[in-house]
Ligand binder design. Sequence first.
Ligand SMILES: NC(=O)c1ccc[n+]([C@@H]2O[C@H](COP(=O)([O-])OP(=O)(O)OC[C@H]3O[C@@H](n4cnc5c(N)ncnc54)[C@H](OP(=O)(O)O)[C@@H]3O)[C@@H](O)[C@H]2O)c1
Length: 314
Amino acid sequence: MSVQTSSSSSLVPNVELHNGVKMPIIGLGTWEVNQSPQCEQCIFNAIEIGYRHIDTACIYRNEKLIGQVLKQCIFESPQKQHSENTHHSKLNREDLFITSKLPPTRVQSEDIIRETFMTSLEELQLSYLDCYLIHWPGTSKLKVTSDQNRLNRIATWRVLEKLYREGKTRSIGVSNFTYQHMIELLEDIQSREDGIIPHVNQIEYHPLLYKTHAQLEDLCKQHSIIIQAYSPLAHGELMQGKYGQVTSRECLQWILQRGHVILPRSIKRNHLEENFKAVTDWASNIIEDQSRLKRLDQLVENEVRICWNPETIK
Ligand SMILES: NC(=O)c1ccc[n+]([C@@H]2O[C@H](COP(=O)([O-])OP(=O)(O)OC[C@H]3O[C@@H](n4cnc5c(N)ncnc54)[C@H](OP(=O)(O)O)[C@@H]3O)[C@@H](O)[C@H]2O)c1
């Protein structure tokens, strides 16, 4: 992962996607952050601290609340920059990287996918997204063993490619796709002249679950697909003493060192700051002792999955 300093007002380092789009290497996780005013406060705090990348999804039911904050934080035109100064820092739209995701309940047809995408855009009060992901490799209400799951993934991907070509989103990707799902998708993409390789695969990734992903990581690297580590703190379990003394900073720097983007979630300002500093320090080479990071390789013998297991989906 080659890190560059952002051109925006913040200190967030970026990674470059294979189409040249830059993505900040820390994104704010927002799963379960959907109560007002806690959600709005969390987004304001994060932006004030320097977060420029927000990870949401249709199923998080917070796009509307996030949209209200974004509306207040983004200048609508450069002229407004001088006339509207609130206590919140104001940004240009291009300073932010906003991701949303298509739920598995909405993959049955191009019309449904388009409608879902447009609803996310409207709720977020944006004219384009920076990244749009297929949230899950399966389709709701289909048997996990049904081959229709694979067919739907491929058909859905082709619609995401259209949204991308139409300029509605600056990048597209998948989430929870295993090695096998990726192989099948890439096969279809490469069979077409105009196929677009995903820019991102967002997967559960933390010191309790990473060996499982070795083959997938190699495949993504080979195709320049950026891995975003979701649940990077294993829902906070890593810091609760069960696996020895592990800090959020160690955990996040351990993932960055493995070349992936991190999406930690917190509703507490001090935690948001702590997590952000782990990244800016990492970018300035202020890194935890290597022996402390190395020990995170061996925290558990049998890997622990915190979220749903996509391996069961055919
Ligand atoms: N694509 C998918 O299927 C998928 C699935 C899961 C998650 N995600 C994305 O990934 C994001 C992050 O994953 P996650 O929400 O599962 O969990 P996480 O980021 O691994 O952990 C969040 C928990 O850690 C605590 N925490 C955060 N910073 C801390 C710190 N510095 N010190 C101590 N505790 C800290 C938080 O509590 P406080 O709020 O009290 O700080 C919260 O309980 C999600 O929000 C979502 O955006 C995607």
